[in-house]
Design a protein around this ligand. Structure first.
Ligand SMILES: Cc1cc2nc3c(=O)[nH]c(=O)nc-3n(C[C@H](O)[C@H](O)[C@H](O)COP(=O)(O)OP(=O)(O)OC[C@H]3O[C@@H](n4cnc5c(N)ncnc54)[C@H](O)[C@@H]3O)c2cc1C
Length: 142
């Protein structure tokens, strides 16, 4: 006897089938600052890592464009700060206000004891692109 599968059921079955099967040691889901950085650190430790991102590129919802001094220090620890600063960016060294009574500067990052006493303004997509380009240098990264 031949079993007949209704077309709808066949379509549902096809949708459930895995189209591509790959093996990796570690799979990071989310090409976000946390995800790309984790993937880079694992790749550098020679751990096979696959990074997945739902969006086709990094031009996703706006998630800000400031990189704070503490983040730049972390990038520096990884030997990436100088290269990162070669990517198009601007720097905010202080915040000044001009009022009728005169101007004043309530925020002055230059007083911070760091190599990076400023806020780096860079689109998050550029930042994510930079980190993934760095990760691609390692064969363990996909
Ligand atoms: C409006 C706004 C402005 C911000 N401004 C700044 C700022 O100026 N400076 C700053 O330092 N921080 C800022 N932040 C915070 C910063 O963006 C977040 O701390 C940072 O994005 C968190 O990163 P994350 O790695 O946790 O993941 P998220 O950025 O939350 O990203 C998660 C990623 O996972 C992907 N994803 C989710 N599910 C799946 C799935 N099933 N499969 C594949 N991919 C998946 C998503 O598409 C997304 O790309 C801002 C946040 C917002 C919302």
């Amino acid at each position: 006897m031949t079993a007949h599968v209704a077309p709808d059921s066949r379509q549902a079955q096809a949708a459930d089938e895995a189209r591509k099967v790959e093996q990796t040691t570690c799979c990071v889901v989310g090409g976000s600052p946390g995800g790309v950085m984790l993937a880079l650190l694992l790749a550098r430790k020679r751990v096979d890592v696959t990074l997945l991102e739902a969006h086709p590129n990094f031009e996703r919802e706006f998630r800000g464009d400031t990189i704070h001094p503490s983040v730049m220090e972390l990038m520096d620890e990884q030997g990436l700060a100088d290269c990162l600063l070669s990517v198009c960016h601007t720097e905010i060294h202080n915040l000044s206000f001009r009022t009728a009574a005169g101007s004043f500067t309530p925020v002055d990052f230059s007083r911070l004891k760091t190599r990076f006493p400023y806020i780096t303004m860079m689109s998050q997509s550029s930042f994510l692109q930079f980190i993934t380009e760095e990760a691609k240098r390692y064969q363990t990264f996909d």
